[in-house]
Design a protein around this ligand. Structure first.
Ligand SMILES: CC(C)(COP(=O)(O)OP(=O)(O)OC[C@H]1O[C@@H](n2cnc3c(N)ncnc32)[C@H](O)[C@@H]1OP(=O)(O)O)[C@@H](O)C(=O)NCCC(=O)NCCS
Length: 173
C-alpha cells in the first residue's frame, strides 16, 4: 500500500482537503501538551509502550523542550477537522543511512479507526519531509492491532527478540 511517492502525494492532497493538519510538537500549546500527556498515560496506550509507568507533566515538558535542539527525534500531533486524532514520531534518525525508528498512537477517546491515516501521514512525512528511505518499527508481540496495521501497509517482519518484533519498510525503491 502507498509504495509510490506519487500515490502518497495524491492521497496527501486529498487528506488536506478533508481537514488534515500536522503540528510539530515544538509548536504545541500548553493545552495540547496536557492533552497528549493524558493520551500517553492512558493504559490503553501505555501498555503498548516501552515505558509503561506514568509520565509527569514536568518530564513531558522537559522532553518536548529537548526536541527544539534535537536533530534525530521528531514528533507530530495530527488533527482531522480540528479534532486531535493521534501522534506520530521518528526516533534515532540516521541521516546518512536515511533510516529511522517510528512510533504512533491514537487519541484513546476516539471510537473510530485512525490507524490508516496515522501510518499514511507518518510515511508521507518520512518520504517528503525527512527524506528517509527505510522505516523500522519495534512492537510487542501482544500488540495485535499495530501488527495488523503494519502488515496491511506491507511492513516486512525482520526478527523477534524476546517479546519484541521488528518490522521494516523501504519507502523508496
Ligand atoms: C496502533 C493504533 C495506532 C492503530 O489505530 P486503530 O485506530 O486502533 O487502527 P485500526 O482500527 O485500523 O486497527 C488496525 C488493525 O487492528 C485490527 N483490530 C482492531 N481491533 C482489534 C483487536 N481487538 N484485536 C486484534 N486486531 C484488532 C483491525 O481490524 C485492523 O486490522 P485489519 O486491517 O486487518 O482490519 C492504535 O491502536 C494505538 O494507538 N494503539 C496504542 C499505541 C500503539 O500500539 N502504537 C504502536 C506501537 S508504537
Amino acid at each position: 500500500m502507498f509504495n509510490e511517492s506519487a500515490d502518497r502525494a495524491r492521497l496527501w492532497c486529498y487528506l488536506l482537503s478533508q481537514g488534515l493538519e500536522v503540528k510539530n510538537f515544538v509548536f504545541l500549546s500548553d493545552a495540547e501538551k496536557k492533552l497528549i500527556l493524558s493520551w500517553r498515560n492512558n493504559p490503553e496506550i501505555s501498555r503498548f509502550m516501552f515505558r509503561k509507568s506514568p509520565i509527569s507533566f514536568e518530564e513531558h515538558n522537559f522532553f518536548i523542550s529537548e526536541l527544539f535542539q534535537s536533530n534525530d527525534r521528531f514528533y507530530y500531533l495530527l488533527f482531522k477537522k480540528d479534532c486531535p486524532i493521534g501522534v506520530v514520531n521518528f526516533n534515532k534518525v540516521d541521516w546518512k543511512k536515511r533510516i529511522a525508528k517510528f512510533g504512533l498512537y491514537k487519541n484513546p477517546k476516539l471510537a473510530i479507526s485512525v490507524g490508516n491515516v496515522l501510518l499514511f501521514v507518518l510515511e508521507f512525512l518520512a518520504d517528503f519531509v525527512l527524506n528517509l528511505s527505510i522505516l523500522m518499527a519495534e512492537v510487542f508481540s501482544y500488540n495485535e492491532k499495530a501488527i495488523r496495521l503494519y502488515r496491511r501497509f506491507n511492513y516486512e517482519f525482520c526478527c523477534q527478540t524476546g517479546d519484541i518484533l521488528i518490522f521494516k519498510k523501504c519507502l523508496k525503491r
